[in-house]
Design a protein around this ligand. Structure first.
Ligand code: IMP
Ligand code: MG
Length: 183
C-alpha cells in the first residue's frame, strides 16, 4: 500500500517501518550508552509519541520510570502557537534526569514550553529524544539531544502521528501529497 486516504487528504509512503525501526534502535542504543545507571524518568508526550515511546523505552536496559503528559498544538495540518495541556504531569521531577520523548519536533514550541516547565519544577537535567525533526520549521534554539530522522517541512502521518485523529495506527510513515488547485 503506497498511498493512504485520511479524511480529505492523500498521503504517500515516505518512511518504511524498517527505516523507522533502524532510527528507533539507534536512539535506543545512544540512550543506553549515555544514561547507564542514571535512573531517568521518561516523560512521554501523548498522543503522538505513544508508539515511539513503547519501542524505544522497551530497549532501555537500566532502571527507569515512565510518565505521560498530553498536549495538543496542532489543528488539522496546521501548527498553532498555543499549546494546550490536556493531561498534566503527576510525577515528582525535582532533582531528576527527565528525558522527554516526542514523536516530532516541528516549530519547537511544544518542547520549549515543556522544557521550561520541567526546569521550573526543579528537574536536575532535561534531555530531549524525538523520532523526527523538521529543521526547516524549527523556530527555537534549544538543543535536541536525540534525533531519529530529520525530515523536510511536510505534513506526515503514521507510527503515532495523526491527521485530525486518523493515521496513528499505520506502521509506516506517509507524507501528504500537495494538491494543486486550478485557479
Ligand atoms: P511543535 O510544537 O510545532 O514542535 O509541534 C509539535 C507537535 O505537533 C508534535 O508533537 C506533533 O504532535 C504535532 N506535529 C508536528 N508536525 C506534525 C506532522 O507533520 N504530522 C502530525 N503531527 C505533527
Ligand atoms: Mg507530539
Amino acid at each position: 500500500m503506497s498511498t493512504v486516504r485520511l479524511h480529505d487528504k492523500t498521503f504517500t509512503l515516505y518512511l518504511t517501518k524498517q527505516q523507522i525501526e533502524e532510527a528507533v534502535n539507534t536512539v535506543a542504543q545512544r540512550l543506553n550508552k549515555d544514561l547507564k545507571g542514571k535512573k531517568p524518568i521518561f516523560l512521554v508526550v501523548l498522543n503522538g509519541a505513544f508508539l515511539f515511546a513503547a519501542d524505544v523505552i522497551r530497549q532501555f536496559e537500566g532502571d527507569c520510570e515512565v510518565c505521560f503528559v498530553k498536549l495538543s498544538s496542532y489543528s488539522g495540518t496546521l501548527t498553532t502557537t498555543h499549546v494546550r495541556e490536556i493531561m498534566g504531569l503527576d510525577m515528582e521531577v525535582k532533582n531528576r534526569l527527565v528525558v522527554v520523548v516526542e514523536d516530532i519536533i516541528d516549530t519547537g514550541i511544544t518542547m520549549d514550553n515543556m522544557q521550561k516547565k520541567l526546569i521550573g519544577l526543579g528537574a536536575r537535567e532535561v534531555k530531549i529524544a524525538t523520532l523526527l525533526f523538521k529543521p526547516g520549521a524549527f523556530r527555537k534554539k534549544f538543543k535536541i539531544d536525540y534525533i531519529g530522522i530529520e525530515i523536510p517541512n511536510d505534513f506526515i502521518v503514521g507510527y503515532g502521528l495523526d491527521y485530525d485523529g486518523l493515521g496513528r495506527n499505520l506502521p509506516d510513515i506517509y507524507k501528504i501529497i500537495k494538491e494543486s488547485h486550478a485557479q
